[in-house]
Design a protein around this ligand. Structure first.
Ligand code: NA7
Length: 539
């Protein structure tokens, strides 16, 4: 096909998920010419790709959505407490059409490279169709969890059955009825998929590396009354989210777990357990700050696993000991631990019984071959940096982002990287992103970038770049904020890059809290974009 060159766009946005869609809407509002490039055939990002059985959001539907349009908030009807993947995909399709976004999205178009040109102060973006687009601003909306991590297990190519990564699930679905299925991974994804796969499979074998805590989701249909009540209180809900640590509309208790008597603590945890969901974390103020406080919650949750799982040996394998509750991303579930009471489900602890190789018939562990027809990798993602390094971004002096990040990601506010002028990274490393309710964080970033672009235009500026010193100070602050919590102590956490062999161990998201982060971003802007170097357009 003929190679096309599109020039003089104000902005190119990479990705058409929650972030890219809203960014396009705001760029339109500025009267800017913008295009979104999307490798998938439809909108949705995470919610386009993650179609595995049981795929569902762990945030509740009434706040896992955009806040920018009151009309949208009022007209959309969620059907369940936690939305399933198809429902979120429908929502994002609705948003796309309602705001007439589709005409400026190029689907089935993957960006292969982007190169900054200092003479024209613009980016040249090339696509897998061989097209080139030039634009003043390049804005990545590639998500934090979109680069699939498939473990490099010897012999995978010899497997006679089929295998899939959960984040690349076939759109036609996978029928596991009557099949012997294996699943590797017990993170949020595995914990959602395991009970659903167990229903259909002839036998399910779970390969667990690190045992995990999980809180029951207590999912169910959203009644008309509940829905109406949320809709009537959106102003309050949004205010609580804005003032929160994690972008969820929960008020964290101001009590220390250590000030409560054991009986009080048990009562509070039992109530949180019965209510279900991520709110469990808000039971006390110091669960993520004080190891002794954390241990009280961890121990409560270990006991629940022992209550639920009938076979004591299996229960002990499932009890987490390597990390404290919520120091890794805490999963929530529907009948996860109960699933191990089925006689057609078995658990392999791969730390005790390692996977040695994959053979045509299945998985060979140190104890022999487990025969399988289908193998599922719920093995997570090359988080935060993976998506940004999946195509080659070249900044000033011919330096690539991969080179700049060889020792781990750096960036200012998670929004810009020095050496890469006019590049904005929505939910980039060093932003709160994955520690928060994503749509909330995304809107804050997009709004900030929109304000910044308006400011640049107003002041005749056409080049903005993070100052290396401000970037260094921010990096230090990100590490200090992490050290003030228990999060960096979870050695196997993907927040640290620990799940990807060879990845630098750097704590990537900003753990200082969403409200504090937002205040910092606002101050920086009000202070004339402190820490950014702004250069007026050349005559
Ligand atoms: P996660 O949370 O990274 O979980 C991946 C799971 O796969 C986890 O249990 C890993 O064990 C396991 N894993 C990864 N590689 C291997 C190998 N090589 N062998 C055995 N087991 C392995 O990804 P999810 O998709 O569940 O969730 C990602 C996020 O999506 C989630 O946090 C939410 O934000 C939504 P490990 O713990 O590394 O020992």
């Amino acid at each position: 096909s003929e190679k096309k060159t599109t020039t003089d766009l104000d902005a190119v946005v990479v990705g058409a998920g929650f972030a890219g869609l809203y960014m396009l809407h705001r760029l339109r509002g500025l009267g800017m010419g913008a295009l979104v490039l999307e490798r998938a055939s439809g909108v949705g990002g995470t919610w386009y790709w993650n179609r595995y059985p049981g795929a569902r959001c762990d945030s509740e539907s009434y706040y896992y959505c955009y806040a920018f349009s009151k009309e949208l908030e009022q007209e959309w009807e969620w059907t369940e407490r936690y939305p399933r993947q198809p429902e979120i995909k429908r929502y994002l399709d609705h948003v796309t059409d309602r705001f007439d976004l589709r005409r400026d999205i190029r689907f089935d178009t993957a960006v292969t490279a982007a190169r900054y040109d200092e003479d024209s102060r613009s980016w040249a973006v090339t696509t897998d169709a061989g097209d080139t687009l030039t634009c003043r601003y390049l804005i990545t909306a590639v998500g934090c969890l979109s680069a699939a991590n498939v473990p490099d297990i010897p012999g995978l190519e010899t497997f006679a059955g089929r295998w899939n990564h959960t984040g690349r699930w076939p759109h036609e679905g996978v029928d596991v009825t009557g099949k012997r299925v294996g699943i590797v991974g017990t993170g949020s994804t595995g914990i959602q998929a395991i009970p659903v796969l167990a229903e259909d499979a002839a036998h399910l074998t779970v390969f667990q590396r690190t045992a995990n805590y999980s809180i029951p989701a207590r999912n169910g249909p959203l009644s008309a009354e509940e829905s109406a009540a949320y809709k009537a209180s959106y102003d309050d809900i949004r205010a609580v989210q804005a003032a929160s640590t994690n972008g969820h509309p929960f008020v964290v208790s101001d009590r220390s777990a250590l000030d409560a008597t054991p009986e009080e603590r048990d009562r509070i945890y039992a109530e949180a357990w019965d209510r279900g969901g991520l709110r469990f974390r808000a039971s006390f103020r110091d669960l993520l700050a004080d190891p002794d406080a954390n241990e009280t919650a961890s121990e409560f949750l270990r006991d629940r696993i022992r209550d639920v799982v009938d076979d004591p040996e299996t229960a002990e394998k499932l009890v987490p000991r390597d990390h404290g509750f919520a120091t890794k991303r805490p999963p929530i579930d529907t009948h996860y631990f109960e699933t191990y009471n089925r006689d057609d489900v078995s658990l392999v602890d791969v730390k005790a019984t390692p996977i040695e190789e994959i053979v045509p018939a299945g998985v060979r562990t140190s104890e022999g071959v487990i025969e399988l027809d289908h193998l599922v990798f719920a093995t997570g993602f090359d988080a935060m940096t993976g998506p940004l390094l999946s195509f080659e971004i070249t900044g000033t002096g011919g330096t690539t982002l991969r080179e700049a990040w060889a020792a781990g990601p750096r960036g200012y506010l998670g929004l810009q990287v020095s050496g890469f002028p006019n590049l904005f990274t929505i939910t980039g490393p060093g932003s709160p992103s994955v520690l928060t309710n994503m749509p909330t964080t995304i809107e804050q970033h997009v709004d900030w970038i929109t304000g910044c672009l308006a400011h640049l235009r107003e002041h005749g500026v056409d080049r903005i770049e993070a100052d290396p010193e401000a970037e260094r100070a921010w990096g230090e602050h990100v590490q200090e904020a992490a050290e003030a919590t228990l999060l960096p102590r979870a050695a196997s956490s993907w927040y640290l890059g620990a799940n990807v062999p060879g990845k630098p161990r750097v704590f990537m998201p900003y753990a200082g809290g969403f409200a504090r982060y937002t205040r910092t971003c606002t101050d920086v802007a009000e202070d004339g974009y402190r820490g950014f170097v702004l250069e007026p357009a050349r005559a």
